[in-house]
Write a protein that binds this ligand. Structure first.
Ligand SMILES: [Cu+2]
Length: 158
């Protein structure tokens, strides 16, 4: 095998991962989970967004189980846990965005049904450019974590 051919072959091999990614360009939503919550109450959804296409922005969220779904951010100010609404959340290739306790989350208000451990419900994410993504959210408890709703104080305006 001559050197030039070897280089060509190596180039093809290196090109494989790029091709594989190109075939599934877009947004992936994984590990969507929620905590148990009562009907009429407030719920929260966490998930991980991976962007394999172009930079984009998550602009809105929806969940039929709740009257309202909003993108929120938790933060601590002078030792006090607070949260605020987020108009849009940038996503970009090569860096997953994780909505997790203490940070970004989807806030559900006016739950139309109780969220019981083991339940599953859909949440839909809309982006500026990419197609909408609907993910199945699993209701579960976390082991030894923060108390339910610890970051959410009803009555506080984000
Ligand atoms: Cu919130």
């Amino acid at each position: 095998m001559n050197v030039m051919l070897r280089c060509v072959l190596r180039g093809l091999l290196l090109g494989v991962p790029a091709l594989a990614l190109a075939q599934q360009d877009g947004i992936r939503v994984e590990d969507a989970w929620s905590r148990p919550a009562r009907q009429g109450g407030t719920g929260v959804v966490y998930l991980t967004i991976t962007d394999t296409g172009a930079p984009d922005r998550l602009t809105s969220v929806a969940a039929p189980v709740a009257a309202k779904a909003e993108l929120h951010e938790s933060f601590t100010e002078q030792g006090v846990a607070k949260m605020r609404g987020v108009a849009a959340l940038p996503v970009a290739p090569g860096k997953s965005v994780t909505l997790a306790p203490g940070g970004y989350h989807i806030m559900l208000t006016g739950l139309r049904q109780e969220l019981k451990e083991g339940d599953s419900f859909p949440v839909t994410l809309s982006f500026e450019h990419s197609a909408q993504v609907t993910a199945a959210v699993t209701v579960r408890r976390t082991s030894g974590g923060m108390p339910m709703g610890g970051m959410h104080m009803p009555g506080k305006t984000p």
